[in-house]
Design a binder for this molecule. Structure first.
Ligand code: NAD
Ligand code: IPM
Ligand code: MN
Length: 370
């Protein structure tokens, strides 16, 4: 039996609560289906800071690098508001993305049929919605230098962040978006702000050139990112794949989450480039939501984003397509049965906590596997 190594980083707040529901699914797959997952668990975010003064230790970083895949919960919270900037919980997540070179972040926004009324938009605007935001994850203003606050000496300070993109970074993320579009509805919309940003001008040029050279069979449109945000809430079904930079992708994916009913629904996969000899790619799977300090510790968080992130892990890291489909179907069935956490609650539905939602999805997953 082959082994599959998974490194779990539950993190802070609702991260560990959601991760516990995925662990139940992993245990079941090992016991009943001989899946051969070997798991190890580490610390990230505030919990890592409390333990050893850094948002992730070098030892856990090495384990993340060596694993077949990393499952990440969430980091952050008011408890760590005053820790040094370099050690803040979010720094652990950014280090994982940067050191593992996870440049491609896939954020699917799918409106499950049972949830079209849970969206803040009219049901007919989101019914059947299936879009994929491809967010560049290791460049742009998140990592550009200089990044600092300088004292101007006249009672004023200056905060500086730098947006930087090189041709190769744009080319490789555009390639991911075009390739994925070919497996879907074959349309890509690239979003930047070339009207005010030099990096936006280059982004537009490189995506256009790459399309012309290698992907002219795919329909390509360009949109200014602000207008893109507006179009996402005006007529979201016009989109298939959206490709955009690190910061715009962060904001647009939170916007897109509400089309699906809740931020608690959106999974993501953060992928590196395939290794030239083995073809394997480093990968981390992380819900789009954060540690939700306002509801943490109460057992009411929606674990679906985390569970659906594990489904993406099965699909992208282990090529376990049937199992991934089954897990996603289990989520859909449970929602069809009217079982809901508070964030997606609807009149007439049965409200459950994190545990019960995880158990219901596991029971359905088992039934579908039988
Ligand atoms: P958040 O995503 O934690 O929460 C935003 C809102 O959505 C809250 O009202 C929360 O209760 C709700 N929500 C989020 N996930 C939910 C779920 N699974 N079920 C039910 N409701 C859910 O964003 P925030 O409040 O802006 O940030 C809180 C902390 O999380 C900050 O420290 C931030 O930096 C961090 N953060 C971390 C990640 C990550 O670890 N990947 C992502 C985003 C934010
Ligand atoms: C996300 C989060 C992170 C980001 C933070 C926590 C660093 O908001 O994954 O969407 O901005 O990328
Ligand atoms: Mn975000």
């Amino acid at each position: 039996m082959s082994t599959r190594t998974l490194f779990l980083l539950p993190g802070d707040g609702i991260g560990p609560e959601a991760m516990a529901e995925v662990v139940k699914i992993i245990d079941h797959m090992n016991t009943d289906a001989g899946a051969g997952f070997v798991t190890d668990t580490g610390l990230v975010g505030g919990s890592a800071y409390d333990a050893h003064g850094a948002a992730i230790s070098d030892a856990d970083m090495a384990k993340a690098m060596a694993a077949d895949a990393v499952l990440f919960g969430a980091v952050g919270g008011p408890k760590w508001d005053d820790v040094p900037y370099e050690a803040r919980p979010e720094a652990g997540l950014l280090r994982l993305r940067k050191d593992m070179q996870l440049f491609a972040n896939l954020r699917p926004a799918i409106c499950y049929p049972a949830l079209s009324a849970a969206s803040s938009l009219k049901p007919e605007l989101v019914e059947g919605l299936d879009i994929l935001i491809v967010r560049e994850l290791t460049g742009g203003v998140y990592f550009g230098e200089p990044k600092e606050i300088i004292d101007l000496g006249n009672g004023q300070k200056r905060g500086i962040d730098t947006q930087v993109y090189d041709t190769y970074e744009i080319e490789r993320i555009a390639g991911v978006a075009f390739e994925l579009a070919r497996t879907r509805s074959n349309r890509v919309c690239s979003m930047e702000k070339r009207n005010v940003m030099k990096s936006g001008v280059l982004w537009n040029q490189v995506v256009t050139a790459s399309h012309k050279e290698k992907y002219s069979d795919v329909q390509l449109d360009h949109m200014l990112a602000d207008a893109g945000g507006m179009q996402l809430v005006r007529q979201p079904k016009q989109f298939d794949v959206i490709v955009t930079d690190n910061l715009f992708g962060d904001m647009l994916s939170d916007v897109a989450s509400m089309l699906t009913g809740s931020l608690g629904m959106l999974p993501s996969a953060s992928l590196g480039a395939p290794d030239e000899t083995t073809g394997k790619r480093k990968a981390m799977y992380e819900p789009v939501h954060g540690s939700a300090p306002d509801i943490a510790g109460r057992g009411i968080a929606n674990p679906i984003a985390m569970i659906a992130s594990f489904a993406m892990c099965l699909r992208y890291s282990f090529n376990m397509i049937a199992e991934a489909d089954r897990l996603e179907k289990a989520i859909a069935n449970v929602l069809d049965q009217g079982i809901r956490t508070g964030d997606i609650m609807a009149p007439g539905a049965r409200q459950v906590g994190t545990n019960e939602m995880g158990d219901a999805i596991l029971a359905e997953f088992k039934a579908l596997s039988a």
